[in-house]
Design a protein around this ligand. Sequence first.
Ligand SMILES: Cc1cc2nc3c(=O)[nH]c(=O)nc-3n(C[C@H](O)[C@H](O)[C@H](O)COP(=O)(O)OP(=O)(O)OC[C@H]3O[C@@H](n4cnc5c(N)ncnc54)[C@H](O)[C@@H]3O)c2cc1C
Length: 424
Amino acid sequence: MNRSNAPYPDYKRACGWKETAELSQKHPRLTGSQTCDAIIIGAGYTGIGIASQLAKLQPESDIRVLEAETIGAGSPGRNSGFVLEHAFTGVNAEATGELYRHYQSTQNAMREIAYPGAVTANSTIFKGAATDRGMRNLSTLASLLKKSGQPFEWMSPERLRSITGSSYYRAGLNLPGNSLVNPYALISNLARSLPATITLHEQSPAIHLSQTSSGWLATTPEGALQAPQVFLANNAFAASLGFGNAYSVKIFTYAGITPKLPADLFAALAPEGQWGLLPAHRLGSTLRTTDDGRLLIRGFYGYEREGNDATRSYLEQSLLNRFPELSSYGLEEWWGGTTSLTANGAPLWGQLKKGLFASIGCNGVGILKGTLLGQQLANLASGQPCLNVHELMGVPIWMPPEPIRHIGFNLVSAVERRLAGAER
Ligand SMILES: Cc1cc2nc3c(=O)[nH]c(=O)nc-3n(C[C@H](O)[C@H](O)[C@H](O)COP(=O)(O)OP(=O)(O)OC[C@H]3O[C@@H](n4cnc5c(N)ncnc54)[C@H](O)[C@@H]3O)c2cc1C
């Protein structure tokens, strides 16, 4: 198969976190023809959430996870590492508040099993606005947080300067309870915490999925798995296996990281300790410090493209707009990662066909959301009580096919980029 249109990731650029963490795991590829009780496609936050919950509910079952790459080499380990228990989207304020409480419990459980070696201690996480539009967005968000019972505190420009060392931002919302992690270390820890009844197969992409008389058959380059139940947890790549294309689209977003900065320079950028800033506009830039004294920036969206030198320049310019003192350092590494967007932000979640379950469409935020939705999907598939995900998050709406979809994305993102202004 030509890897450029393969139904699994084929990243050209290595991710900066991977080298930082120097963690790796070895699980066997799938070889030969085998049968099992459940197949999970994708070992990201969603797939591991499904696997851990299925193992609790069905301890005797033979559960297999097919991962296209090595654990964490893809989006689960390529992200910016904000573990967000604040909920920003729900069908209404009440649902948003309920989601917040579920994300809190999800983080509490994750903290116990996967934070050692992955979490940044004592970080301050906040939304920051640099423009009038951004300030208005923060006010709207503040009223949602208030109505939905989520904690926050307004931050003045002076407070923001004393945290980031930069005068770029005009207002902020402090969001207590969230965490910064090294995502590569986090997903590796989560995978390691799975019970022995779960078998992980790395470097084993599902390249074809078909329905059979007794369930589902997933084919990989060197083997095949047959099971009565299959779970699609491969997010942006589910559509390439033939499911969810009418509701979701694969979008790349990008991150870059500086080299390790001299101690005095880093101290000037983080006078009070580690921090993470979320943008006040959806096309704005996310920034954070890291335990090893670097600054990471995430920004920009590309339609099904991993990015090129222009992407790097875009990220670097956004960084230097805020921190001109970094001009002689720039970005040491930059990379792209996939996310799956739906038109209205609702996930494609539930049983799509008999024995075929899916949780896809992370819409750019997925560490806690993916874990929670994965666990709930396992409950649904096992006939256990589960959250009414559609009532809380809505259902995704239909997206037009190509080429209208591509043209539509480019138009919307051009307009949004303009509106984002200095939040980019
Ligand atoms: C640059 C960047 C920054 C981000 N920052 C944040 C952040 O700070 N906080 C946050 O919460 N979210 C962030 N996200 C989004 C976050 O990474 C995703 O929401 C999250 O990873 C979704 O988890 P998931 O398990 O649903 O899907 P994914 O993480 O995409 O995992 C899917 C897994 O399936 C595998 N796979 C794909 N196709 C196949 C196949 N055919 N067969 C087998 N396996 C397959 C992939 O290799 C991958 O391991 C960011 C994303 C990017 C790209």
